[in-house]
Design a protein around this ligand. Structure first.
Ligand code: PMP
Ligand code: GLN
Length: 379
């Protein structure tokens, strides 16, 4: 019988993490920190568990957490979201993305997205009967060509998926990008899904341009983020979605039956921590910029060519000078010859371009970054 997602196999993240373990290699592949989140945040979970916060949370999320998010979004981006009706806590950004797509994409709808694209978008569109229109971003700057977007819009276009800072390329959208999109959509019913999980990992003094702070776009948008990236707790799987009340109501219809509610003690702990450390998000860029700069400095004498990275905790490198083979083959070779695991970026494309680029994750302790670079500079 015909399956619903014939193209979907095991994700590259699982494959590469398994290879890393098998070969006892240094894992710079799947994006997660090899260090813990703030101690006060971790301790707060135990406190809430022993205080009896162990039953279902409200369907939309613990009120204190939704209020803390409303306050944060207003302070960082100036956008006002109603904690009661416009903020929903989800099981990581992954659930928020899936719920938003499921809430609005109908059979035959088209969804515009940009390649290389994070791997969870397309299956969510397809399982809901939609099709993706994938526009390519080109190395080395991976900027959106807005004329190509204009040309791709049809009567069937339902949704445009943005991701800034962008995984895997590390590029960011500017205020001008958002204005251009807003103008383009002004007389349409097209919706926007903005994946901003790396919102607090932006470098070189740049400011993250959130759709949540863009007056014209926010009215038609779902804005998704994740505490996993911000607080080094990817394993907790707590994220959220901001959207105007009518869109949030539709999203919650899906969320209600997908997971219903998210872990209560985790939500309470994050709410406490956000209240106690309101400026955390302002400090995170320096923390990760230091890692990016260290990794780049260590790699400077290698034969890898480093591409520009404005945000995220990923660094793209061109490996052509070392070995001129396709990226999946290169990653396998790299594990065997250098004991370092990377992510091939061809898997994020519908039609992979003929590039020689892989992604390293630098959300790692200094010792790991130094050990990895030591192996990589000798290639
Ligand atoms: N979107 C992007 C661009 C990501 O990189 C990730 C995490 N790898 C997610 C969404 C998923 O976030 P979460 O782990 O909170 O589900
Ligand atoms: N977002 C992570 C990455 O890009 C992977 C998350 C996952 O494995 N689903 O590496």
């Amino acid at each position: 019988p015909e399956t619903k997602l014939p193209k979907v196999g095991t994700t590259i993240f699982t494959q590469m993490s398994q290879l890393a373990a098998q070969h006892n290699a240094l894992d710079l592949s799947q994006g997660f920190p090899d260090f813990d989140g703030p101690t006060a945040l971790l301790d707060a979970v135990g406190h809430h568990i022993s205080s009896g916060a162990n039953q279902y949370a409200p369907m939309a999320g613990v009120p204190a957490l939704r209020e803390a998010i409303a306050e944060k979004v207003s302070r960082f981006y100036g956008g006002h979201y109603c904690a009661e009706r416009e903020i929903t806590i989800t099981s990581g950004a992954t659930e928020a993305l899936f719920a938003a797509i499921s809430a609005v994409v109908r059979t035959g709808d088209e969804v515009i997205m940009f390649d290389p694209a994070y791997d969870s978008y397309e299956p969510a569109v397809e399982i809901n009967g939609g099709t993706t229109v994938r526009l390519q971003l080109s190395a080395p700057h991976f900027k959106v060509d807005w004329q190509a977007v204009r040309d791709a819009i049809t009567a069937k276009t339902r949704l445009i998926i943005l991701n800034s800072p962008h995984n895997p390329t590390g590029t960011t959208l500017t205020q001008h990008d958002l204005d251009t999109l807003a103008d383009m959509l002004a007389d349409t019913d097209i919706l926007v899904l903005s994946d901003e999980v790396y919102e607090h990992i932006v470098f070189d003094g740049e400011q993250h341009q959130s759709v949540a702070g863009h007056e014209a776009l926010r009215e038609r948008s779902f804005v998704v983020s994740s505490f996993g990236k911000t607080y080094h707790i990817t394993g907790w799987k707590v994220g959220y979605c901001l959207a105007p009340a009518a869109l949030s109501a539709e999203l919650r219809k899906v969320h209600q039956y997908l997971t219903f509610a998210i872990s209560t003690p985790m939500q309470l702990a994050i709410a406490d921590y956000m209240a106690d450390a309101p400026n955390y998000g302002f400090e995170l860029p320096a923390f990760y910029q230091q890692k990016r700069d260290l990794f780049c400095r260590l790699m400077a004498s290698s034969r890898f060519e480093l591409l520009p990275t404005q945000g995220t905790y990923f660094q793209l490198v061109d490996y052509r000078a070392i070995k001129d083979v396709p990226d999946i083959e290169f990653c396998q070779w790299l594990i065997e010859h250098a004991g370092v695991v990377a992510i091939p970026i061809s898997v994020f494309y519908q039609t992979p371009p003929d590039t020689r680029i892989v992604r390293f994750c630098f959300a790692k302790g200094e010792a790991t970054l130094k050990a990895a670079a030591e192996r990589l500079v000798n290639l």
